[in-house]
Design a protein around this ligand. Structure first.
Ligand SMILES: C[S@@+](CC[C@H](N)C(=O)[O-])C[C@H]1O[C@@H](n2cnc3c(N)ncnc32)[C@H](O)[C@@H]1O
Length: 274
């Protein structure tokens, strides 16, 4: 990792995400086959906390190739998915068409969400692996607040910033649960990692990325400063991907094995626009 700043910090990220779309659509991790057969890609935590979405106008930020967006549409939401990757948006539209699920997909960066996806949403939703791609959470929160209709809410489920401090290169519990990075880090951090989390056998050609580590305090404060009222902030000892190698699979989640410290691995938050 280095702290060298490239002229356009989004360019490397976009190239990486563009390469990952086709890999992810075909991966076991995303279980597109199960979705095509009528299943949902949403995990039980998100399903229970987001509640009844029937008839709700729902904006899904950083929707990737639309799997969660289309799962929410199947539950009755009127969906707009937004992502900055043209390939992801094309794949999302294709999947919607092939499965006969109605949804709108918009190609845009998160900092353009209000301008390009428009206002009036009952719910703005985003989840799992999103905030590290965003340099400025004040801009993020302002866009969310502008997209929401009065009375609407924002919901996020995300990896806990505590996770980023752990040693993800070792394999044992002792290695993985020691702190090797600061909780407070200025971004962007420039990473070089050719490993694809969904298809570990593949070596990515676009292996560079620029990422920003945001603390939990930053998330809450940015949303509050944008005028949203926090309804809950829940911390969880589980995660939908194996954040460090020694986590063990438990249903749809990964959790620390017996004997390892119970740390917050993820969090979920709901905030309302009054
Ligand atoms: C890990 S996915 C998160 C979505 C979902 N949890 C999933 O796994 O399908 C991250 C998504 O963020 C998108 N992304 C990254 N930076 C972005 C930005 N600045 N604006 C909009 N989308 C962005 C990527 O294209 C990618 O589809």
């Amino acid at each position: 990792m280095s702290t060298e700043i490239s002229p356009d910090p989004f360019a490397a990220n976009l190239a990486r995400w563009e390469e990952q779309v086709d890999i992810h659509v075909g991966s076991d991790f995303y279980r597109v086959k199960e979705f095509r057969a009528g299943g949902t890609s949403l995990d039980p935590l998100v399903l229970s906390e987001i509640g009844d979405v029937r008839g709700k106008r729902l904006l899904h930020l950083q929707c990737h190739f639309g799997l969660d967006s289309l799962s929410l549409a199947r539950l009755g939401a009127e969906i707009t998915g937004l992502d900055f990757s043209p390939k992801a948006i094309a794949a999302a539209r294709k999947l919607a068409e092939e499965t006969g699920v109605a949804a709108r997909f918009v190609e845009a960066r998160v900092d353009e969400a209000a301008a390009k996806a428009g206002p009036g949403y009952d719910i703005v939703f985003t989840s799992w692996g999103v905030l590290m791609w965003l340099p400025d959470l004040d801009v993020w929160a302002k866009n969310i607040a502008e997209c929401l209709a009065p009375g609407g809410f924002f919901y996020i489920a995300e990896g806990h910033p505590m996770l980023w401090t752990l040693d993800d290169e070792g394999t044992t519990v002792a290695e993985n649960f020691r702190i090797v990075r600061s909780y407070f880090l200025e971004g962007p951090q420039q990473w070089e990692n050719a490993h694809d989390y969904a298809e570990p056998s593949i070596t990515l050609r676009h292996f560079k990325s620029n990422e920003w580590q945001h603390t939990l305090g930053e998330v809450v404060t940015a949303l509050a400063a944008a005028g949203l009222r926090i309804e809950f902030l829940h911390e969880h000892d589980k995660l939908v991907w194996p954040g460090v190698p020694s986590l063990e699979k438990s249903g749809p989640y990964y959790m620390a094995p017996d004997g390892a410290p119970r740390l917050p691995l993820s969090y979920s938050l709901k905030a309302r626009k009054d």
